[in-house]
Design a protein around this ligand. Structure first.
Ligand code: MLT
Length: 406
């Protein structure tokens, strides 16, 4: 008799952004005359940069001709993209990563969910709290997290590293020793960043404990402060303990086009087994490569015009982040994030619960954000706004929130 994977049944509720989307749809259906401004999910709103569009057109034309048509892409990615990545994201920062340590994929969300497959079933994971829900949910599905306690909002077999205003949203080393440590910096959802010294301490800790850090650097394009590293490999010793995830979504607008990559250094070896080798095996079996036209679009991100255009794009969202940060601060909110990140993290006013504030904001200001509690128990009492809306909507949303008072 066929049986379901019962680990799925342990997952409480639906995926955070599906819940938020459903609530907003219901509100909009009941109030069709209201102009709802969505600053909830971190989805971009600007069109793809011209250099990317032009590369997409050229690659599409190539697919239309017999001589230049391409079938399956190499499962680890085309060399033209992998070498552009190595040159522009690493070597120009003084980091030596080689092409065969870079794996092209269809998104950092899938990479961050799939990477756990190459670790032992009984590995103990540590996550920041609050955290991007995919890291935990994917480990729940794999049966690694124990049982869920609804009251505390915690899994029995997960190590939580609270990140609150008490520690400036920077996790401290946990009491229990983890096997796998998920770190996302600049952070989703808090918008906090780690300095190079702070990240170096995590690298040293992981090497000392024989743990592996899964470093999600999807938001590195938003780093504005000098002492914040763009890659974990800027830290000494990171190649023996860290996997890095990167995305084309937030820097170049690929949320709907899907492209990302993962770096697994060849020096990363557990029990004499290369994780790079395991990921090659996993990719070969489960993935047939990101589409040729999308990889050409990704290559265009690193062209001279592409680089200028994505800087402008990131600058546009940064300006939104400033509007949110300064506007809410002036309105008396307690704010963090937004400086090295497109996410602004605020304390809910008057001790309101974060889902309560979600409803309040939706009803009173018709603005959608993301409740901090959706990212983990330490997110309760906080709320996330994203800078990825249009400038006009962002200005209007903040004006509405200010008028609403707190
Ligand atoms: C978010 O809103 O947290 C992001 O959209 C997450 C993602 O990129 O999947």
């Amino acid at each position: 008799m066929a049986r379901v994977n019962e680990n799925f049944l342990k997952l409480p509720g639906s995926y955070l952004f599906s819940t938020v989307g459903k609530k907003v749809r219901e509100y909009q259906e009941a109030n069709p005359d209201k102009k709802v401004i969505r600053l909830g999910i971190g989805d971009v709103t600007l069109p793809l940069p011209p250099a990317v569009i032009s590369a997409l057109h050229t690659a599409t034309d190539e697919m239309a001709a017999k001589e230049s048509f391409r079938g399956y892409a190499p499962d680890l990615g085309y060399e033209f993209l992998r070498s552009a990545i190595v040159e522009n994201d690493f070597r120009c920062r003084g980091v030596d990563i080689s092409i065969d340590e870079v794996f092209i994929s269809d998104g950092a969300k899938s990479d961050s969910a799939n990477i756990q497959e190459i670790f032992a079933e009984n590995s103990k994971i540590a996550v920041c709290d609050p955290v991007y829900p995919v890291y935990v949910d994917s480990n729940v599905m794999a049966g690694r997290t124990g049982t869920y306690h609804a009251e505390s909002g915690r899994w029995s077999n997960v190590i939580y590293m609270p990140c609150t205003d008490e520690n400036d949203f920077v996790p401290g080393f946990p009491e229990q020793v983890p096997d796998i440590i998920y770190l996302c910096f600049p952070n989703n959802p808090t918008g906090a960043a780690l300095t190079k010294d702070q990240l170096q301490k995590w690298v040293d800790y992981a090497n000392q404990k024989n743990a592996v850090i899964i470093f999600d650097a999807a938001y590195e394009a938003y780093i504005s402060q000098e002492d914040v590293p763009h890659s974990i490999y800027e830290c000494d010793g990171a190649k023996t303990c860290a996997i890095e995830l990167r995305s084309f979504s937030k820097n170049a607008g690929f949320t709907g086009t899907r492209l990302a990559y993962t770096v697994i250094p060849k020096e990363l070896v557990l029990d004499g087994i290369s994780l790079n080798g395991l990921w090659i095996r996993r990719h070969g079996t489960k993935f047939n490569g990101a589409p040729y036209i999308i990889q050409r679009a990704g290559e265009a991100v690193y062209s001279e015009e592409g680089k200028k255009q994505i800087l402008e794009m990131v600058g546009y969202y940064r300006k939104n982040a400033k509007v949110i940060y300064e506007g809410l601060k002036a309105a008396g909110y307690t704010i963090s994030g937004g400086v090295n990140s497109p996410y602004i993290w605020l304390k809910t006013p008057g001790g309101m619960g974060s889902w309560e504030f979600f409803d309040y904001l939706l009803e009173r200001a018709n603005v959608v954000g993301t409740p901090g509690a959706g990212f983990g128990p330490s997110g309760e009492g906080y709320f996330r706004l994203t800078a990825f809306g249009s400038y006009e909507n962002t200005v209007e949303a903040i004006e509405r929130i200010r008028r609403m008072g707190n």
